[in-house]
Design a protein around this ligand. Sequence first.
Ligand SMILES: Nc1ncnc2c1ncn2[C@@H]1O[C@H](COP(=O)(O)OP(=O)(O)OP(=O)(O)O)[C@@H](O)[C@H]1O
Ligand SMILES: [Mg+2]
Length: 358
Amino acid sequence: MFVQKLILRNFRNYDYLDLELDPKLNIIVGDNGAGKTNIVEAIQFLSLARSFRTQETTDLIKEKRQFATIEARVVESTTHKDIVAILTPTSKKISCNNKQIKRISELAELVNVIVFEPKDALMFSDSPLVRRNFLDVNLSKKSSIYLSKLMIYERLLKERNKILKLEKIDMVQLDVVTKRIIEVSEDIIRYRSLYISEINRVLSKIVSQIKGDEEKASIEYHPFVKCDEHFVENATRAYERALEGDIKRKITSVGIHREDYTMMLSGKDVSAFGSQGENRIAVIALKLAPYFLIEEKEKRPIVVLDDVMSELDNEHKNRLIAFVRKFEQVFITSTSTNVKNASIYEVDKNQKITRRNS
Ligand SMILES: Nc1ncnc2c1ncn2[C@@H]1O[C@H](COP(=O)(O)OP(=O)(O)OP(=O)(O)O)[C@@H](O)[C@H]1O
Ligand SMILES: [Mg+2]
């Protein structure tokens, strides 16, 4: 799929912007603060009804304006969809071909966008939450069953924590909730393990192509309890062992909400041994991996790489550009460029954008 046309009104720094986009490689160039990320943020917003940069809808609306709109024409095979998002400080409404979208899971089907954002470069030294989010967002896009299991888990976890906070804990009730948590956790771990093994099928190839040398890369997932035929017993024991501490601290200390994974490059943990550039390449490869797990070419996501080039030397920059040409539509933002055979959009401080072919 690709975005053919994008129209923004009152979005971030833009009063009005009307862009025809390239189905392949789009490079958005401009000085710091010119408005490059704002453009890709608008495209990404359409895939999740949420920005990768902010939780607050008001941040997306131009100062002193009452609303913002994002309009996009998304082309998939021979059909196209007109997606419109209307944002006000208190609401966000999205429609496709004039039909209101009610659930975010419907949206993921319509516009699928993969994003690398600058802070992702530190993903492996960031908190486990960031790494879990990557898994949960991608798995939820792929499977609405996973999303519903995750939502059930979150509800049960809240319930368990609420019980732990009571002055007099109802142990029977706690036991019932814990049993249900264990049941849904088994499914979640199974989904996570399977998805990570799928990622591992493609990861080494991606890293090797960006690095230019054969390199073994893999994700090591650390479930809180191994998912085998003894899962229920082992998980029950894990909750029993943690019980005293959980009661004391009034919070659930074990479970899938605390899980993590590491990335290995040539058998070494990238967060501990990798250079800055290697960390960046590792994260880029991980973020791009889901692209290759979608069989149908037409369904493959739009790729947004925001400020991906910094810290990479020229050789790696060139290899990354050569690599991303394999993808369908790609957006790269940068403060400078010498990329050939791409549509270049030069953004200046006055919201003026000039397009040229390089
Ligand atoms: N709601 C808003 N209303 C008005 N201006 C905004 C709003 N939100 C952000 N801006 C402005 O938009 C400008 C452009 O931001 P953007 O993040 O797109 O820059 P950029 O070109 O990606 O810069 P960099 O190279 O530093 O990443 C910033 O100067 C910012 O102050
Ligand atoms: Mg930016």
